[in-house]
Design a protein around this ligand. Structure first.
Ligand SMILES: Nc1ncnc2c1ncn2[C@@H]1O[C@H](COP(=O)(O)OP(=O)(O)O)[C@@H](O)[C@H]1O
Ligand SMILES: [Mg+2]
Length: 614
């Protein structure tokens, strides 16, 4: 059987394409966006409780997803080799969560790094600076102990065991416990007015007060934010502020306690992705947070905490923290290095003008970061270590687009240097390197479902096809596929255009449609079984039928702009015999872009017309 990822792309094709890339025997490393299920990896990890090293062999069980902070996997530890004793918490055959601090999507990576660069004038530290990741992990350990004190249960904070560097992805990462849980269960609540009173603190208890899971999670997160503030982890608390509307997936409910709406909640995500810039709030809640940050003297927020406040907390509960005092010393030293690794004008202010120590740390961390990202080899690293001027020059090259990275590779990475030299002097190598490029892109496009495996294999073997697809790759994946895959094109057209018409005219199809919606609704807990039954019993009432017909018309208007563009392109193709599928697709694409930019979409007009005619 073909191994398939949950999204439907073909892992076997990706693996065979990867092998084809390796067969080209290029002198440069393969670009890896992310790993597929089944991939085996070996890392040198460093424990958190005791900072010693071990070799760990993992197998990826599942790619969970990737936001701005990085990519998350469920993994199994196949084996672990240590010289200095076990790494606390990591066992052979155990299942863990691995988070590698580099987003799989190019756009997310670009946006995250840009926001960070504006805020701190340096590279994203959690990705490139092992000390930053360790510091984050140590904070998490302290917070876990804090949770034990405050809530009587340290399992309210997910445990973290080790950090590592992945040089294929060019990023730091961490290993923590895998939580068998879920994010959210929708609850039917017919007493929203009571819930509103409860939220505003006007009601403590009422027998009809609903949404117990929602209320429990909201309270847990509020209590947790309070704990984080009491421990000085002000900015990490952003990860759990309800009002940001992005924080809820950072808190899971363990499956073991599935049927009890209260309890078994666990905080799992302590690594922020986006820096919070004072002029760029990403949600209404951020505006309040920006203001509070300013009051604390933190204009740009990421994950800065107050060690003074943490020490006060530790002092209050000294007995409970006895065994963690060495970790506190490591945290203090780590924080110093981490915070001094970037210019961070809004925190360092004038220190940037006089502190030689600050500059020395910054330059050192830059070099470490280049090594983590495999931008420099051993020899170049040694040369850079010896010269601050060279380091600055190398950093400056990073600002120049294209040319800068070309010169960097030529000077500082033996593999890339040899790759470029061979390309320039050997025709067969040049051909192989172009093939390698096509294969690499074919893997990425297949994974993103921009194309099916058959097409990806064709692109891997044809530079012309690769060039034709390249401009389309700036489009969202669905559109790219829509314009280049005839089957998909037809399927989507049917779904967007023919299906609503069929639904409009066929009562039996409408019935099937509604039944399916009812099943889905029940599955997502949006609908009780009684409600579903009631709706089913009313299926043939004229009002329900009229409602469904209106819904079908609504469906067709949503995509009217796209459909209009395609119809116009179709008419053009009919009027000009000989127009190819590609040309017609290009015309409809052009029209869609035109409608977007002229703010003249057809959909709302149809919507208005429908409303008027009903
Ligand atoms: N330790 C874990 N155990 C189980 N699921 C996890 C774990 N860590 C992350 N996940 C899942 O992956 C999702 C994203 O992880 P998270 O660490 O919040 O990354 P980000 O918010 O940066 O994308 C979570 O919402 C959760 O569903
Ligand atoms: Mg998260």
């Amino acid at each position: 059987m073909t191994a398939r990822h949950a999204n439907g792309y073909d892992i076997e094709t990706c693996n065979s394409l990867k092998q084809r890339f390796l067969d080209q025997k290029l002198h440069r490393p393969i670009r890896v966006g992310r790993y597929d299920a089944g991939t085996r990896l070996t890392y040198e990890i460093t424990g958190i409780s005791r900072p010693h090293k071990a070799q760990v062999h993992l197998e990826i069980e599942k790619f969970i997803g990737g936001g701005f902070a990085g990519q998350v996997y469920k993994v199994k530890v196949l084996d672990i080799e240590t010289k200095d004793g076990p790494i606390e918490g990591i066992e052979k055959n155990g299942i863990y969560a691995v988070k590698i601090m580099i987003p799989p999507s190019g756009f997310s990576r670009f946006f995250r790094n840009l926001v960070y660069r504006i805020g701190f004038q340096g590279p994203f530290q959690l990705q490139v600076n092992p000390t930053a990741v360790r510091t984050g992990a140590l904070w998490q350990k302290f917070i876990r102990r804090g949770a034990k004190i405050r809530f009587g249960d340290e399992s309210a904070v997910n445990d973290i065991h080790a950090t590592f560097v992945d040089s294929a992805l060019g990023s730091c990462g961490e290993i923590s416990d895998w939580v068998e849980g879920r994010t959210w269960r929708l609850e039917v609540d017919e007493w929203m007015d009571l819930l509103k009173q409860f939220k505003h603190g006007k009601l403590e208890y009422h027998e009809n007060l609903g949404s117990p899971e929602y209320r429990a999670k909201k309270k847990f997160m509020a209590d947790f934010v309070k704990l984080l503030h009491d421990m000085g982890a002000y900015e990490v608390a952003r990860q759990y502020e309800w009002s940001t509307c992005k924080s809820q997936p950072n808190c899971l409910k363990r499956k073991e306690n599935e049927n009890d709406p209260v309890g078994s909640l666990v905080a799992i995500d302590f690594r922020a992705g986006l820096a919070l810039l004072p002029f760029l709030p990403m949600s209404p809640g951020d505006i309040v947070l920006i203001f509070k940050g300013m009051v604390r003297g933190s204009l740009v927020q990421f994950d800065r905490g107050s060690l003074k406040k943490l020490e006060e907390f530790i002092e209050t509960y000294k007995k409970e923290f006895m065994d963690m005092l060495p970790a506190l010393e490591e945290l203090k030293a780590g924080e110093k290095v981490y915070r001094d690794s970037v210019p961070d004008i809004t925190h360092h202010h004038v220190r940037l003008l006089y502190s030689g120590k600050l500059w020395a740390t910054m330059l050192k961390s830059l070099r470490v970061g280049w090594r983590v990202q495999d931008r420099v080899d051993n020899r170049a690293e040694q040369a850079l270590n010896k010269s601050a001027v060279l380091t600055l020059l190398f950093a400056f090259l990073g600002i120049l687009p294209f040319l800068g990275s070309f010169i960097r590779r030529l000077c500082a990475h033996a593999g890339w240097r040899s790759h470029y030299l061979h390309m320039a002097t050997r025709w067969t190598y040049l051909k192989r390197s172009l093939r390698g490029k096509c294969i690499e892109k074919a893997i990425a496009w297949n994974r993103a479902e921009r194309m099916n495996s058959r097409k990806a294999e064709k692109i891997a073997g044809s530079f012309t096809r690769y060039l034709l697809h390249l401009p389309l790759s700036i489009l969202p994946a669905g559109l790219h596929r829509f314009f280049t895959d005839k089957e998909y094109f037809k399927e989507r057209l049917f779904f967007l255009f023919i299906r609503p018409i069929k639904l409009y005219f066929s009562a039996s199809l409408r019935e099937e449609w509604l039944r399916d919606m009812l099943v889905q609704g029940q599955k997502k807990q949006m609908l009780t079984a009684e409600d579903a039954q009631k709706i089913t019993s009313q299926l043939n009432e004229p009002f329900i039928q009229k409602y469904l017909k209106s819904l079908a018309v609504h469906l067709s208007t949503i995509v009217a702009t796209e459909i209009g563009s395609i119809i116009i392109a179709g008419i053009y193709a009919l009027a000009h015999p000989g127009t190819s599928f590609g040309e017609a697709a290009a015309i409809s694409l052009g029209l869609m872009v035109f409608f977007q930019f002229t703010l003249f979409p057809l959909g709302p007009w149809c919507g208005g017309f429908t409303l008027y005619s009903w």
